[in-house]
Design a protein around this ligand. Structure first.
Ligand code: SF4
Length: 303
């Protein structure tokens, strides 16, 4: 499913607003919502119900990581790049935007500096190596497409909608492109490497979730879903149809039912796997000899 990126000439147009002019009908029913779900939290539950609990019910803090920080910084540069006139959207401009964007990020999240400290002292060598890895990710982006030929309809687009079973779905789409013929492309940047053969379905779930949100709020099925892996310069793309989105909604509803059951029974089972390597909560996880804390009295019903 990994294919080289075609460069697509897109129009400088905007996505149509919701059919009712911006106030979506489900908002009137908001007080009846049974909960809310984002693709990330749904993915947490599918990977490991206990991880979902730690993040969404207990809301335990997690340490910053160099990989997550790289993702945040590269996303920010790619988002801001499209504020520049087309002719300035070059690798040189993007590379020059990196350090100023890092400074802003550190002002917003000062704890990120601890990623590049040794014994409490700033480790400039480690920071320089990490910034070089961010620069390399941006270079791979330019090998995949030419942003001078693109004019996204939306960036960091927040969408929410409600299913018939009163579950609020929400998500933020990195980029939405709109072609001259009205075809919509949903783009998501990943700073890591592309999934192994056979694991694309899990990666595409997030984009199908976004497509479902676009379909529900704008009444259109996106023509293409595109994941851009800047860790190894690969693209995974998929062209969904209405049946895919109906199936995605069913899957999301089933995940929510399983979450609701876990809330009722208090059974949040660990599911050890590849994710454990990056999990901050091993010390509290029975799979690693730990004991989870008592459940909070009034657990949050969103994720
Ligand atoms: S360590 Fe692994 S099994 Fe335990 S909560 Fe984290 S991801 Fe789940």
């Amino acid at each position: 499913m990994s294919v080289p990126s075609p460069t697509v000439q897109l129009m400088d147009t905007e996505l149509a607003p919701p059919p009712d002019g911006g106030v979506e009908p489900f908002r009137e029913r908001w007080p009846e919502a049974v909960g809310s779900l984002s693709p990330s939290r749904a993915g947490d539950f599918v990977s490991c119900p206990l991880l979902y609990r730690f993040r969404t019910v207990d809301r335990l803090p997690e340490r910053p990581s160099v990989d997550a920080a790289r993702g945040t910084l590269v996303h920010k540069v790619l988002e801001d790049l499209f504020d520049r006139p087309p002719e300035e959207r070059t690798p040189v401009t993007a590379a020059a935007m990196l350090e100023p964007a890092w400074k802003v990020l550190v002002e917003e999240e000062p704890e990120l500096t601890t990623l590049f400290e040794r014994d409490g002292i700033a480790d400039e060598t480690a920071l320089a190596a990490w910034l070089a890895s961010c620069r390399a990710a941006l270079e791979r982006y330019f090998a995949l497409e030419d942003p001078r030929r693109l004019e996204p309809a939306d960036r960091e687009l927040y969408l929410e909608s409600m299913t018939d079973s009163l579950l609020v779905l929400r998500g933020i789409i990195d980029r939405v492109d709109l072609a001259a013929d009205g075809a919509i492309r949903v783009v998501d940047y990943k700073s890591g490497r592309s999934p192994r053969e056979g694991s694309e379905a899990r990666a595409l779930f997030q984009l199908k979730f976004y497509a479902l949100l676009l379909w529900r709020t704008r009444g259109v099925v996106p023509h293409r879903l595109q994941l851009m892996y800047l860790g190894d310069g690969q693209i995974v793309s998929y062209d969904p149809d209405e049946q895919d989105l109906v199936a995605t909604e069913r899957k999301v509803e089933a995940i929510w039912e399983a979450i609701s059951l876990a809330r009722e029974t208090g059974e949040w089972l660990p599911s050890p796997g590849a994710l454990c390597r990056w999990c901050d909560h091993q010390a509290l996880c029975p799979a690693f000899g730990g004991t989870p804390p008592p459940l909070p009295e009034a657990p949050a019903s969103s994720g």
